[in-house]
Ligand binder design. Structure first.
Ligand code: SF4
Length: 155
């Protein structure tokens, strides 16, 4: 169940920008990957599962991910053809979370502040609209060290 933020007294307006997993759960958001959130957003956007496939808003940042899979990580034999088609439509490789955040930005007419303070908490994209994503596992010290090593190797 999604509750209206204004009627929820346990979460202050100050903390609305980024919420913990537990706080999101209280608002009715179950943990899910950004890809699934895009899929739910798309179904909502066109009012039906069957219409998502035929969405004609090809410039929407969520378009490449609308069917619930990531074409940039696909192992399908037609991957090259799909990526070439997406490139023709103006899409560049990005993660589902990045695409979702661009869709939010578009929804808020390009105003990042408005995205941060978005009050549409029932939107499946809401938990992901800012930051690294609420369900992201914190990176370990070993991962941080590996990233530092990779950065020092880059030209
Ligand atoms: S790709 Fe964009 S416009 Fe199309 S259904 Fe998804 S959110 Fe809506």
């Amino acid at each position: 169940m999604i509750v209206n933020i204004m009627s929820n007294t346990s979460i202050s307006n100050k903390s609305i920008i980024v919420l913990s997993k537990e706080e999101l759960s209280k608002l009715g958001h179950d943990p899910m990957p950004a890809l699934k959130a895009i899929r739910l957003h798309c179904i909502d956007c066109v009012s039906g599962v069957s219409k998502v496939r035929t969405c004609s808003i090809t410039k929407c940042s969520s378009f490449p991910f609308r069917l619930g899979n990531n074409p940039y990580r696909s192992t399908s034999t037609d991957k090259d053809e799909t990526l070439s088609h997406l490139s023709t439509l103006g899409h560049t490789p990005m993660s589902p979370r990045e695409a979702l955040q661009l869709t939010c930005l578009d929804c808020c007419r390009g105003d990042k502040k408005e995205v941060s303070h978005c009050s549409a908490i029932g939107c499946p994209s809401w938990p992901f609209r800012v930051g690294p994503g609420p369900y992201q596992k914190p990176i370990t010290e070993a991962q941080k060290a590996a990233r530092r090593t990779n950065l020092s190797k880059s030209p």
